[in-house]
Design a binder for this molecule. Structure first.
Ligand SMILES: NC(=O)c1ccc[n+]([C@@H]2O[C@H](COP(=O)([O-])OP(=O)(O)OC[C@H]3O[C@@H](n4cnc5c(N)ncnc54)[C@H](OP(=O)(O)O)[C@@H]3O)[C@@H](O)[C@H]2O)c1
Length: 326
């Protein structure tokens, strides 16, 4: 990458989510997607043709060996995130890894160790964090718009009827908490600016043992409670609410960007979200971090905290008991 030029990206897989990154890259001069890899060479080639990419690789290893790739986007199923993020870093690439990095905090730490050893940037791909609406929500809560916060309610779920979807695979670390509940966990931690101390969760499992629905309660040291709901077996729902002594703040599409609604002292204020491409902003942040011009918005502490909470929620669901977040 030249000082002013775009970061040259390679896509590690032909996943559906790549469409969002391709659109984001098209919306910013900071990124250019140049290559794709697939386990299947012909799939990589037809993907490259369809998306006008310069190079197609018939293996993930070949993409990592491509000297004209500065950064890789790991869009693999969850269970492959850390192994391939680490391999990407060891190959000298910056890595944007789709969420969630892992439900194992020790594994997340090994990935950031690899980033530090390589002197490269690793970022967990929570694109909603890059949306200015999210920053606005944090600012409103921090500045007391709803008074003293007591409860946060976050939900993300949809009906997933395709039994072959990787989200339903126990081998590939599927599950509603991993796929969508991780956003709710992220938002609760962000809005409290703290880590939960104790959690309790109830899950409904598929025949293969994957959570297709999970409801969890996160208790924070100062008494704030976050209620999260995530699922693959109910109609679509995406919401985030913060209750406080003076009012309520609601995000109507917290994960994609919609309007905020602040209800306070009997009045309702609508706060429209700016129209932006959060994936483009994510790519811009990673490019700035790669140049050393800005810190990555999401780093080690955030990703380890995410994994700790997710692991604790799964322990609680398995045991039927409230568990400490350790
Ligand atoms: N940030 C967001 O908004 C967002 C949205 C959706 C998904 N995601 C995340 O992005 C990741 C991918 O999700 P997706 O729905 O786009 O996945 P997907 O379409 O099912 O694609 C996953 C890709 O992984 C590769 N792969 C490697 N080993 C595989 C295996 N054993 N089984 C199946 N595929 C395998 C395949 O590519 P090749 O065959 O070409 O190698 C496949 O195309 C997930 O971690 C998900 O959580 C994020």
């Amino acid at each position: 990458m030249s000082a002013a030029g775009p970061l040259r990206w390679g896509l590690l897989s032909t996943a559906r989510i790549n469409d969002a990154i391709l659109a984001g890259a098209a919306a910013t001069p900071a990124a250019r997607v140049t290559a794709v890899a697939s386990r299947d060479r012909s799939r990589a080639e037809s993907y490259a043709r369809a998306h006008d990419l310069e190079r197609a690789h018939g293996s993930y290893e070949a993409l990592l060996a491509d000297p004209d790739v500065d950064a890789v986007y790991v869009s693999l199923p969850n269970g492959l995130h850390v192994p391939w993020a680490v391999r990407g870093l060891e190959a000298g690439k910056h890595v944007l890894c789709e969420k969630p990095l892992s439900a194992d905090p020790a594994e997340v730490a090994t990935a950031f160790d690899a980033a530090e050893r390589a002197g490269r940037v690793l970022m967990e791909g929570f694109m909603y964090r890059h949306h200015p609406q999210t920053a606005r929500m944090v600012e409103l809560v921090r500045d007391g718009a709803v008074g003293v916060v007591s409860v946060i309610r976050a939900s993300f779920g949809f009906r997933l009827d395709d039994p072959t979807d990787v989200r339903l695979s126990p081998e590939l670390a599927g599950g509603a908490l991993m796929d969508v509940g991780c956003y709710c966990v992220s938002a609760a931690r962000l809005l409290t600016a703290a880590e939960p101390v104790q959690v309790y969760a109830v899950a409904r499992l598929s025949d293969r043992g994957v959570d297709v629905r999970l409801s969890g309660t996160l208790r924070f040291e100062d008494g704030v409670v976050a209620q999260i709901d995530c699922f693959f077996d109910q109609a679509i729902r995406r919401s985030l609410e913060v209750f406080g002594t003076e009012g309520t703040l609601t995000a109507h599409d917290p994960w994609g960007g919609g309007r905020l609604e602040l209800r306070r002292h009997g009045a309702t204020e609508d706060i429209p979200a700016p129209v932006v491409d959060a994936y483009a902003l994510e790519l811009e942040n990673l490019a700035a971090a790669a140049r050393g011009d800005a810190p990555p918005l999401l780093g080690r502490d955030d990703a380890v905290g995410q994994a700790r909470t997710i692991a604790a929620l799964y322990r609680s669901a398995a045991s039927g008991q409230a568990v400490d977040v350790t």
